[in-house]
Structure formats: C-alpha cells, structure tokens
Design a protein around this ligand. Sequence first.
Ligand SMILES: *Cc1c(COP(=O)(O)O)cnc(C)c1O
Length: 238
Amino acid sequence: MKPAVRTNIDCHTDLAARYSQVCSAIGAARKRISRPEGCVTLVAVSKTRSADEVRAVASLGQRDFGENQVQEAVDKIHLLADIALSWHFIGTIQSNKCRDIAANFDWVHSIDRFKIARRLSQMRPQSRGPLNLFLQVNLQEEQTKSGVTADNLEDLANSVLTLPHVRLCGLMAIPKPTTDFDTQRRVFRRLSELQDHLRSKGLPLDCLSMGMTDDMDAAIAEGATHVRIGTAIFGPRQ
Ligand SMILES: *Cc1c(COP(=O)(O)O)cnc(C)c1O
C-alpha cells in the first residue's frame, strides 16, 4: 500500500531537484545575454515555510533568504542562528516593526517612505554595519500597491542617501502579473532605466531586485541582480 503522507526524504529530494532547476534556470537566463557568473543573487523566499525547510535549502548551499512577516521571520532567524545566512525583508513595513527589522535583517527591499528608512537607520545596531536598502517603485502606479512613484523616486533616494546607518543599494519592483514575456521585459526595463537615470545623476546604485517565479527570465534579461524566488524552490504555498 502506498503511504498517504510523503516522507521527509521525498520532500527533501523534491526540494533539492527544484532548487537545482532554479539555479540552472538562472544560469541559462544569465548566459543568454552574456552576463557574467555571480551577477545574479538568488533570494529564496521562505515566507510561510518552516525553519526545517529553510535548513534543508541552506544545506544545498543557499545563503540568502527572503521573508515578509517580521515575527515569523525573527522566529526562524533565531532557530537558524547556527548557520551563516543573509536575511532579506521583502514585505510591507510598519513603523513599530523597524527595531526588529534593523536588528535581524541584512537587506530590506521594500522601502517607499523616508520615515521608515530613517527609523531603520536610527535603530540599526552599530555592530552590524549598514543595513542594505532597496527603494520599492510602484512602476504601474497601481492604487493598491506600495512603492514610491517614479516622480518621487529621486527625492526619496537623495534623502535616504543622507542616513548614516543604511546603504542605498538600488531599486525593487513587483510588476502586475502577466505571462507575456515582452510585457514583462518592458516593465523591468523601465525599472532599469530609472536606475540608470539616478546613476547618471551620481547616485551610487548597483543592485536591481526584480523577478519572481513567473517572470525571472525577463528580469535577468533586463539586468536583475537579485531575484526573489519562492514557489519554484519550495513548491506552491498553502
Ligand atoms: C512572495 C514574494 C516573492 C516570491 O514569489 P514566488 O512567485 O513564490 O516566487 C517575491 N517577492 C515578494 C515581494 C514576495 O512577497
């Protein structure tokens, strides 16, 4: 009789197979446009996954993990403190969570207000070095989505640059879902152009956080340095 519940070993094998597929897909997308090895960091989005699942992916060599709920993340970070991992916060940020984010994370991808960036800088423990920040841009001006508009981006970037305990590293976006590759590319190109524009004004931005499970290839083609992948690694979320 077949077991009704899959064993841990099966799950782990699936995870390893999916993880290796994602790494190959990143390599293939990168080579397609002759970008150098190591230019794309895979952020494994482990929101809703257990610390054991994160540990299993870490054992395959993965180091960067992304979370969008502070308490859930902090619990996992403590459970996994014996492994040297980099933690990326990718969710909406409430003021009262800034202390926990500043103390526990290495990167924050979702900055869209100066007030939050300033709090994170104030609360960053000096022993940890500057917190790396991405500004989240609302590229398609969606009412329901967070992110700074393209019009307000330069002012926000200049303000964040004055903060002492954060490092402004680049821009991030979450486009509207579409399966059309050319549309995906066009939207990501817009983020890349905004980044080029800021660089032309002397702002030292070198990272672009864009691309999820369903639009990773288009993002890498347009210059993503950080792709945030959950489903393709861990399977569908509940
Ligand atoms: C959940 C999430 C992801 C990962 O999405 P998948 O489609 O599962 O790869 C990436 N970025 C953000 C901001 C997310 O919230």
